[in-house]
Design a protein around this ligand. Structure first.
Ligand code: AMP
Ligand code: GLY
Length: 421
């Protein structure tokens, strides 16, 4: 098979490396890919949002399958366009990807179908938000832009002034454009966070092994929220008992709810959960693999990913037994100094071999380019160094040993992945 993976980050590199293990795969293309991906696949210069361009390329090159990995092209209907052109594509259609693309949609869905989540109100008027926040007088309060905002549209306001500043940024200054036309104001929940990704074809849903993201920029969960600074799998807080509760009260009901709404979800559905004192609740849904959750979950997959993708597309996932390794995995993200704010690009990375790898760990490239035999930084999150072991400690030790061999000017990473709640 010839497979095209759409996207250019660490998640896409992980997907590509997993696809390469399949005996069914003859050739992999990436659009647009990155420096590290170019060592594992043929990168083609088509943007991840260019659905017409992707469709034309897929037809001309007789691509058997397109894997649409990032949220924006999914929300924009890339899978719809490809399917309409007779091209097999993995990922939800736009009318199902809305579960991530609109927080107002997902909150209303959860309310309608009694899926546990934080209490909330929706507003389209900044004054009304502040009236509500002041009348409640309870802090912290969580303010979320309705639409996609590169993972930065959630503000946890500690007091009235912070809430007012968030509302101004989102609704008046339009920091995230039209994504801020509406906001969700949410009750602040506490407890450990768990990410659970699941394959679903709308008929059955198969949760993958659990993981835990570390979203804040600095150690001890300090600093700004990022796309994710590191992950571990399994998540130690996700017990068998909690997983059973999640299956019954969250996973299956979400699949059924989307079907009832005429928005059957096919692809990878991501449940961002919080294990609160009152049980597990949904913090957010994503319509895709997480990044860097994919980096610790997919390496544990023993079943051929191509078989799973085809079963999802053909709606026979229920027939498939999906197997996972018992090993633990850990991913440490090396980011550019300054990320998630401004950072430099084009800095030379040392310590990588000619394939962008480093011995005992796997280096998933998130933001690199490859020029004249050298890898250069080309993004905020640069590399995700992933290792596995019999225990989480062993995986962490191996990942950090590899991190210590890699360097670039201003490189920043957390030292406490796997150690915080
Ligand atoms: P999201 O982008 O929706 O995943 O939110 C980013 C982060 O904000 C989450 O990973 C949580 O740590 C935090 N967060 C979001 N919603 C809430 C909530 N209702 N209560 C507490 N923390 C939250
Ligand atoms: N790491 C969180 C996400 O992919 O949304």
């Amino acid at each position: 098979m010839k497979i095209l993976v759409v996207g250019s980050g660490g998640r896409e590199h992980t997907i590509i490396r997993k696809l390469k293990e399949s005996p069914k795969v003859e050739k992999i293309f990436a659009a647009p890919g990155n420096g590290g991906i170019s060592r594992d696949a043929e990168c083609v210069n088509i943007g991840a949002m260019d659905k017409e361009g992707i469709a034309v390329f897929a037809k001309e090159n007789e691509i058997d399958l397109v894997f649409v990995a990032p949220d924006d092209p999914l929300a924009d209907g890339m899978v719809d366009t490809l399917t309409a052109n007779g091209i097999r594509a993995f990922g939800p259609t736009a009318n199902a990807a809305i579960i991530e693309g609109s927080k107002v949609f997902s909150k209303n869905l959860m309310k309608k179908y009694s899926i546990p989540t934080a209490d909330y109100e929706v507003f389209d008027n900044p004054e009304k938000v502040m009236e509500y926040v002041e009348s409640k007088g309870k802090y912290p309060v969580v303010i979320k832009a309705d639409g996609l905002a590169l993972g930065k549209g959630v503000i946890i306001a500690q007091n009235r002034d912070e809430a007012a500043a968030a509302v101004k940024e989102i609704m008046e200054d339009k920091k995230f454009g039209d994504s801020g036309n509406k906001v969700v104001v949410e009750e602040f929940l506490t407890g450990p966070e768990v990410s659970v990704l699941a394959f679903t074809d709308g008929k059955s849903l198969k949760p993958m092994v659990s993981s835990k993201d570390h979203k804040r920029a600095y150690d001890n969960d300090e600093g700004l929220n990022t796309g994710g600074m590191g992950t571990i799998s399994p998540n130690p807080y996700y017990t068998d008992e909690i997983s059973e509760i999640c299956r019954k009260t969250i996973f299956e009901p979400t699949m059924a709810a989307m079907n009832s709404e005429g928005r059957t979800f096919k692809g990878c559905l991501y449940f961002g959960l919080m294990i609160t004192p009152n049980g597990p609740k949904v913090i957010e849904y994503n319509a895709r693999f997480g990044d860097p959750e994919a980096q610790v979950v997919l390496p544990r997959l023993k079943t051929d990913l191509v078989d799973i993708i085809e079963a999802v597309i053909d709606e026979r996932l229920g027939e498939l037994d999906i197997e996972w390794s018992d090993e633990a995995t850990a991913c440490v993200v090396m980011a550019s100094g300054g990320y998630p704010l401004a950072y430099k690009k084009g800095l030379e990375i040392s310590g990588l071999d000619e394939n962008g790898q480093v011995g005992s760990a796997t280096v998933y490239h998130a933001g690199t380019k490859y020029e004249n035999g050298k890898f250069l930084t080309n993004g905020g999150r640069v590399l995700g160094i992933t290792a596995s072991g019999k225990t989480l400690d062993e995986a962490l030790e191996k990942a950090y040993a590899a991190v210590d061999k890699i360097s670039f000017e201003g490189a920043h990473f957390r030292r406490d992945i796997g150690k915080t709640k």
